[in-house]
Design a protein around this ligand. Structure first.
Ligand SMILES: NC(=O)c1ccc[n+]([C@@H]2O[C@H](COP(=O)([O-])OP(=O)(O)OC[C@H]3O[C@@H](n4cnc5c(N)ncnc54)[C@H](OP(=O)(O)O)[C@@H]3O)[C@@H](O)[C@H]2O)c1
Length: 508
């Protein structure tokens, strides 16, 4: 295992939700696995005023909460908290960076961190450019003394123009190699396992093409609503929040050609080629191939579930989508004519992310098919929760005749006793320390994804006739989404039933 060089990690936005729920618990896990370098420090920053001890106490609670199932060793937490520092500063104000610099100079002397810095932008996106500019002004972006890496949280841009603009501004300050755009889905073991499944097993690759695959279906469903993030979500919506990054990345990994090596650019070049092959959506395709919805009030197990428009921070007249379903094609030799269906939504019946490869049926049906049978073979890669792989096929039902039964061969990661799935942020933070950008989005990949979605954003914005479908919270989204899937009687895969007892499918 490679070991990272000594470094200081500076987190902008350290008083926020992401730092407490994900970043610091992930760093604590790295400490427990002895993966942090010997000279290491975390400097949190934000406008909220904390003493260093006060901030450490906040982080202690965050670790205890995030790792409550693992009963972390109090001694280890205490050791870890000694690595944490805090600087109160408004990161939009250039003058405050002298305070940060002083702290970094002190840490360089005491921990021999070699002027290596990683800057994590866990702030509202409007600050990404401002913070980078201020770091550059303070001489903290220049790599002559040590390495300087910038981690940028999602969303990277609001549309194609803003993403290009942000990249241009960053490139005026630092090089692309210094930028690590986080898509935390890529940090998930099961997402990385897509590559291993495809390229480490001789049995799948010969079938992985238009000759044997009928369609590809990718679902990322959440059962919660927008919770405390209504304000952010209402200006974003499911297309920007989920499709542009996580869902398209899964399309990229599922559809890409074998890379020539595991070098970061070799993999990202192949993902880029997939995005470049996406059949462009014309304005007239949007109503036929893209469907949007918004959850409305319902009742589940007698409990009233509020509609999206009643959520905190959301406009009562909002037309922001909380559900998107799309059909599109990857126009290349491997995938020509194979439809890709993707969908994501909030307040669906379960939390599940999965990729379903539907294979073509046999050319001739010899056997009697019983109820529950008669489907094509499916390979299901379950990304979360209940991570694993499931191969679905027909077998003979015991007894007379040749009746068939549809069965699953099911591998769950949780059944592998010796396997602990590291959290996505654990892997990604460790990779940045190593300087490995394989699991981070590159400028051209991000821009190509935005370019593909531009017609959808334009049509939704400019054409008031485009429908927004209401779906009761706890259902699988607008019922008309089934019409997107081609072929008699074919539908999406529904891993469980709708939960809503009351509530109306309607047009909003
Ligand atoms: N939370 C998640 O699960 C999640 C998941 C994926 C991506 N993200 C992305 O991660 C970023 C942070 O999300 P979050 O949920 O942690 O947001 P949050 O809870 O609202 O925290 C934002 C942080 O930014 C700080 N901040 C705001 N203005 C500042 C300024 N002028 N100077 C210094 N600090 C400032 C705030 O601290 P002060 O008020 O103390 O200044 C706060 O610590 C966002 O871009 C979000 O899209 C979050």
């Amino acid at each position: 295992m490679e070991h990272p060089d000594n470094v200081v990690l500076v987190i902008f936005g350290a008083s926020g939700d992401l730092t407490s729920r994900k970043l610091v618990p992930a760093l604590f896990s790295l400490k427990c696995q002895k993966l942090l370098p010997s000279g290491f420090a975390i400097v949190g920053s934000g406008r909220s005023s904390f003493t260093e001890d006060g901030f450490r106490e906040k982080m202690r609670s965050a670790i205890l909460s995030a790792h409550r199932d693992r009963n972390p060793d109090p001694g280890m937490i205490q050791e870890f908290l000694k690595l944490i520092y805090y600087v109160t500063m408004d990161s939009s104000v250039a003058e405050t960076y002298s305070r940060l610099r002083e702290k970094l100079d002190l840490l360089n002397s005491s921990k021999a961190t070699g002027y290596n810095y990683i800057f994590y932008m866990a702030t509202p996106p409007v600050l990404y450019e401002v913070i980078s500019t201020n770091l550059a002004k303070a001489g903290l972006a220049d790599q002559t003394a040590g390495f300087r890496r910038f981690i940028i949280e999602k969303p990277f841009g609001y549309d194609l123009a803003s993403a290009q603009n942000l990249t241009r501004k960053l490139h005026g300050l630092i090089s692309e190699k210094q930028i690590y755009r986080i898509d935390h889905y890529l940090g998930k073991e099961t997402v990385q396992n897509i590559l291993v499944t495809r390229f480490a097993n001789g049995i799948f690759e010969p079938l992985w093409n238009r000759n044997y695959i009928h369609r590809v279906e990718i679902t990322s469903a959440e059962n919660i609503g927008v919770e405390e993030r209504g304000g952010y979500y209402d200006s974003s919506g499911a297309l920007r929040d989920m499709v542009q990054n996580h869902l398209l990345m899964m399309v990229g990994l599922t559809a890409m050609e074998p890379p020539s090596s595991l070098e970061s650019d070799a993999i990202r070049n192949e993902i880029l080629k997939v995005f470049q092959s996406l059949q462009p959506l014309q304005v007239s395709d949007v109503p036929k191939q893209v469907l949007r919805g918004q959850y409305v009030e319902s009742r589940i197990s007698g409990e009233r579930i509020p509609g999206y428009r009643s959520e905190k921070g959301v406009s009562p007249a909002s037309r922001t989508e909380t559900y998107v379903a799309m059909k599109f094609y990857v126009n290349n030799w491997r995938w020509g004519g194979v439809p890709f269906y993707i969908r994501t939504g909030k307040r669906l019946p379960v939390k599940v992310t999965e990729i379903v490869i539907h294979f073509k049926r046999t050319p001739h049906h010899l056997f009697q098919r019983n109820e529950g049978s008669g489907n094509s073979n499916k390979l299901i890669m379950r990304i979360q929760p209940d991570e694993g792989m499931l191969l679905n096929f027909d077998m003979k039902e015991p007894g007379s005749g040749f009746n068939t039964k549809n069965v699953d061969m099911d591998l769950r990661y949780s059944s592998l006793a010796d396997v602990r799935l590291p959290a996505a942020y654990e892997r990604l933070l460790f990779d940045v320390m190593l300087g490995d950008s394989t699991l981070f989005s590159r400028d051209d990949v991000v821009e190509t994804a935005w370019r593909f979605l531009e017609p959808v954003l334009d049509v939704w914005k400019n054409d008031p006739a485009i429908k927004l479908y209401g779906y009761p919270a706890g259902t699988w989204g607008p019922d008309v989404a089934d019409n997107l899937v081609d072929g008699c009687g074919l539908t999406w895969r529904y891993p469980c039933n709708n939960l809503a007892e009351e509530g109306e499918f309607c047009e909003l």
